[in-house]
Ligand binder design. Structure first.
Ligand code: C5P
Length: 384
């Protein structure tokens, strides 16, 4: 993927370094173009080191304004100042970056960053309307504390979010029109108002799957137990705590889903009589546990069930246990992983079971595994 990263002269220019790192981390080929003002905020050397290429800012070097954007998949301006947005709106081309924008054949993405008064000024509002009407894609700005000490709209969107949205935009949309319902994370089963039984699931695999499905054009409902993760942008997010709540949230929406991906580590048991008040410490304590509903089995056994992907985390006899679960729960596809290979980690390694056989997805990032799972599901949906 080839991306032109344009940096204009605002204090948020320092965040463009992080953004460049994130783009490069996904193997994008990035050409950095800075306005003269941007080079006053951060030295081009920073971006040269991070992109591994010279930084462009001189308008008078050959046909750079046309050559650079040839074959580019996107131009991303981050930060985009109020002044630069006015140039885009009026089609001006008096420096290399604005000339590139005017001479482009690819989508133009902008992440505005400016003082809140500048953002709210009628002139900026008018320029934004013009830019959007011309198809410019907007990311942010966020609300919050600004470099000048004021608070309000105008902060540049966080680099992780900009990168996520850009890659999502660029990914092929082969799941357009499909809806995924995904469960993720652990469930937390209360013992009393301060104590609970839970497990070590981080939610990373389920969130990665949600991201991958959105990137492929699907709409996604993500029902998640408590995690430390930021919900993927573009997902409808339903936070839950216990298995009972997760089941209710799933059953309320399952009829809409073409695909149900049960990635959550649902606690198998809950406390029979959770106490409404804090249990006092008095000698030993015995808890009675009762089984939780099996959400995946219930969904897979519905009439007109959606396509069901289950997960199995095992400590031993991985394939035997996984095959048994696949048959017992009647799922269409099962992703089996060893607890020690997966839980809490950023990478995973999977044995993928389908009715016709099994495939190993070798160790890679959970995001890559998720993209592969989504491709497998898309294939199966086509075959149905
Ligand atoms: O816990 P178990 O190994 O049986 O989990 C296998 C699959 O079943 C997972 O996809 C999990 O999300 C799902 N499951 C569920 N409800 C439960 C237990 C597991 O949906 N109560």
């Amino acid at each position: 993927m080839k991306i032109i990263l344009g940096i204009t002269g605002g204090i948020a220019a320092y965040k463009a370094a992080e953004l460049l790192r994130l783009l490069r981390g996904r193997d994008a080929d990035v050409e950095v173009v800075m306005t003269e003002a941007a080079t006053r905020f951060v030295a081009p050397l920073t971006f040269e080191a991070l992109s591994g290429k010279p930084v462009h800012s001189d308008q008078w070097q050959g046909m750079a304004h046309i050559d650079l954007s040839r074959g580019a998949d996107a131009i991303l301006i981050a930060p985009a100042t109020a002044d630069f947005i006015s140039k885009i709106a009026y089609g001006r081309a008096d420096d290399l970056l604005s000339a590139l924008c005017l001479a482009r054949e690819c989508p133009l993405h902008i992440a505005p960053a400016m003082n809140r008064m500048m953002w709210e000024n009628p002139a900026t509002r008018r320029n934004m309307r013009l830019a959007k009407a011309d198809g410019v894609i907007l990311h942010g700005p966020d609300d919050g504390i600004q470099a000048c000490g004021e608070s309000g709209p105008g902060r540049m969107m966080e680099p992780v979010e900009i990168a996520e949205r850009l890659f999502s935009f660029l990914a092929p949309k082969y799941l357009n029109g499909k809806k995924f319902l995904i469960t993720a994370g652990p469930t937390v089963e209360a013992i009393d108002p301060v104590r609970a039984i839970t497990n070590f699931s981080s939610g990373k695999m389920g969130y990665a799957l949600a991201r991958a499905a959105i990137d492929a054009g699907a709409s996604v409902i993500l029902v998640s137990g408590p995690t430390a993760l930021r919900p993927p942008s573009g997902a409808e997010f339903i936070p839950v705590v216990s298995a009972i709540e997760m089941r209710e949230a799933v059953m309320a929406r399952i009829r809409e889903a073409d695909v149900f991906a049960s990635v959550a580590a649902v606690a198998d048991y809950r406390v029979a009589n959770a106490s409404g008040i804090k249990i006092k410490k008095e000698g030993s304590l015995t808890l009675e546990l009762v089984p939780n509903p099996d959400i995946l089995a219930e969904v897979a056994n519905l009439e007109n069930a959606p396509f069901c992907l289950g997960f199995a985390a095992e400590t031993d006899h991985l394939v035997e246990h996984a095959e048994e679960k696949m048959l017992r729960k009647k799922v269409d596809m099962l992703a089996a992983n060893l607890v020690e290979d997966a839980m809490g980690l950023d990478t995973n390694e999977i044995v993928l079971l389908t009715p016709v056989g099994r495939r190993i997805l070798a160790r890679t990032s959970k995001q890559e595994i998720a993209a592969e799972l989504v491709r497998e599901i898309a294939n199966e949906l086509d075959l149905r």
